[in-house]
Design a protein around this ligand. Structure first.
Ligand code: CTP
Length: 384
């Protein structure tokens, strides 16, 4: 696998200025697994002002410079270059109190979370792996670098990162690491809910999520105490890897009200919350397999949501085919497609809220196929 030429150029520039420069973290892990990385992080022995000098002719973003990060803008997007950093203290269990730079790669790798994330690779493909990351990759193990209790105390989010990697990669968490995660799980209360939500998304999307949730249920219950896991595990296995579907599968047994409480606490985006709650509410009521029933249900909850929801009712082509037919026929699936609009209703002498009420009555008649979606007929019905 080739390193993109823009990244290679960054490494080359740093090296020719006399500094060490490596790819580091997730991109090295992914490459070692034969996967194309989704982004590249660079680490270097050059100190912040030295980096600036090396890239003086480039377009850069300096906002992270205080913490040792310079972003170089390239044709393939911004690339973060960070000076080797040493461990510092973390009194808030999330951010280091102060950043200390170092010239030693090994010190930088030593402060990282997991061995599989603590490898560096130079532009010739030579890998620095002082903590056995390659062996853990080969064995399928997530293991903290050094003392796991210390690692997760520094940044409690690492507990959920570990679960996420385990779920996504199908790796087991090393015994001592898992024990430290469980012991330190209460520190997750220091972590912002948005960050927890983002890690949970990655976790539930992973191929091994049911096994990971089961194995590490005590950790999971720290952030989701309302969860009733037993039914969720089975359901998750059969649910496609879409975030809202997986969250619905996870929270289904807790009921709509409790799920609402959980989602509010996690500060999930409103559209996400609505969709999950809709799935939880609607999935126990499978749609009858008639075109009429599909039409009415799609119109009430939206065709896209309906199609996602249908996965809870078993793999059935009927729903997908029927929705496709309805769309092809330009069936009335929302007020937009109703053959009359507000102006038509006003022209009959209605005003204010009565306009909306009249439209809703007509919409209901059309989606339940009691009236055809034809302007004249609808208007004469409402006149009566
Ligand atoms: N890292 C860490 N502790 C954290 C977050 C990150 O030690 N809490 C280090 C790890 O070495 C990690 C690197 O910073 O590999 C980059 O982190 P990030 O971009 O968040 O994740 P990736 O490992 O790149 O994984 P992915 O992007 O696939 O989630």
């Amino acid at each position: 696998m080739q390193i993109p030429k823009e990244i290679d150029e960054i490494l080359r520039r740093l090296e020719s200025a006399g500094y060490e420069a490596y790819l580091v973290g997730g991109c090295v892990r992914d490459r070692c697994m034969g996967k194309e990385p989704h982004d590249y992080d660079v680490t270097t022995s050059a100190f912040p002002n030295e980096m600036k000098r090396v890239f003086i002719t480039e377009r850069v973003i300096e906002t992270g410079l205080k913490h040792g990060t310079l972003t170089v803008l390239t044709a393939i997007g911004g690339v973060e270059i960070t000076t080797f950093r040493q461990e510092g203290s973390y009194s808030d269990h999330r951010h280091p109190d102060q950043v200390q730079f170092t010239r030693a790669l090994k010190e930088d790798l030593a402060r990282r979370d997991f061995t599989v994330n603590a490898m560096a690779m130079d532009r010739r493909g030579v890998i620095a792996d002082p903590f056995g990351g390659q062996a853990d990759l080969a064995d399928g193990i997530i293991r903290c670098v050094g003392d796991p209790r210390r690692r997760v105390e520094e940044d409690a989010l690492r507990i959920l990162r570990g679960l996420r990697f385990s779920s996504r990669l199908g790796f087991a968490i090393a015994e001592e690491t898992a024990a430290a995660m469980e012991e330190k799980a209460p520190l997750l209360h220091f972590i912002a809910q948005e960050r927890i939500f983002s890690e949970l998304c990655g976790l539930v999307l992973g191929k091994d999520c049911a096994a990971v949730l089961h194995r590490h249920r005590r950790v999971v219950q720290t952030v989701l105490p309302e969860l009733s896991l037993d039914g969720a595990l089975e359901r998750l296995k059969g649910t496609p890897a879409k975030e809202t579907l997986r969250f619905a599968a996870l929270l289904m047994d807790s009921g709509e009200e409790t799920a609402g409480v959980v989602l509010s606490r996690l500060k999930v985006p409103t559209a996400f919350r609505k969709e999950v709650l809709l799935f939880i509410r609607e999935s126990p009521k499978p749609c009858e397999k008639t075109k009429k029933a599909v039409h009415a249900r799609c119109a009430r909850i939206g065709a896209e949501a309906f199609l996602k929801l249908a996965v809870f009712w078993g793999k059935d082509e009927f729903y997908a085919q029927t929705v496709a037919e309805l769309k092809k026929e330009k069936a009335c699936l929302s007020l937009k497609e109703l053959a009359v609009d507000g102006k038509d209703i006003q022209a009959l002498g209605y005003s204010g809220t009565a306009v909306g009420q009249a439209l809703n009555i007509l919409f209901e008649k059309v989606i339940t196929e009691e009236l055809p979606n034809q302007k004249e007929l609808l208007l004469s019905y409402i006149k009566k």
